[in-house]
Design a protein around this ligand. Structure first.
Ligand code: FE2
Length: 186
């Protein structure tokens, strides 16, 4: 079965103030969709055709051949973007319950988490992603390059920030810091 562009969980203008409708539309309909279309072309008639997206990402992660790397890049970017859109919400809210407690243990408080998430995104040299992950019940931050993700290595992901230039350039030009800071909305 062909892979599909997952529907956005909100309207394209729902994140205005943080991400404009124009930037979101380009990101979703051009960049994200291209990864889906390319994955469908690459997987047609191949063993990947019957695999789940996560299985493809894990099966091709770290492989050396150009063919497998191409599949990984596109499958990884489809998964990362699906996760990215679902990580965002137009609601202004604060962590509560077990999440608040875990953030307190690992970072002190939510403001400190955001500060460190911004630094993690800024420290990623070139295209990539900043992640909040859970390892053995403890929260931490990671950065990955290109289409990589902690999920590919079996690590539980909680949030991500897309720090590819296509995620922020239309709205903020070279100011990657701004897109990371808007991560207060979770
Ligand atoms: Fe992106």
């Amino acid at each position: 079965m062909a892979f599909t562009l997952s529907p956005l969980p909100y309207a394209e203008d729902a994140l205005e103030g943080a991400i404009s409708a124009r930037a979101l539309s380009f990101h979703y309909h051009k960049h994200h969709k291209t990864y889906v279309d390319t994955l469908n072309k690459l997987s047609k008639g191949a063993r990947y055709e019957t695999m789940k997206l996560e299985e493809i990402v894990r099966a091709t992660s770290g492989k050396k051949s150009d063919a497998e790397k191409k599949v990984f890049d596109n499958a990884g970017q489809v998964w990362n973007h699906d996760f990215y859109w679902r990580s965002l919400t137009p609601e202004e809210n604060s962590p509560s319950g077990a999440l608040k407690e875990a953030i307190g243990q690992s970072f002190g408080n939510a403001d400190r988490l955001v500060e460190q998430l911004v630094l993690t995104g800024l420290e990623q040299f070139g295209s990539g992603w900043a992640w909040l992950v859970s390892r053995d019940g403890r929260l931490s931050l990671e950065k990955t390059a290109d289409a990589e993700s902690p999920m590919a290595k079996g690590i539980n992901c909680l949030l991500t920030v897309d720090v590819w230039e296509h995620a922020y350039y239309l709205d903020y030009q070279n100011e990657r810091r701004v897109i990371c800071r808007h991560w207060r909305r979770y």
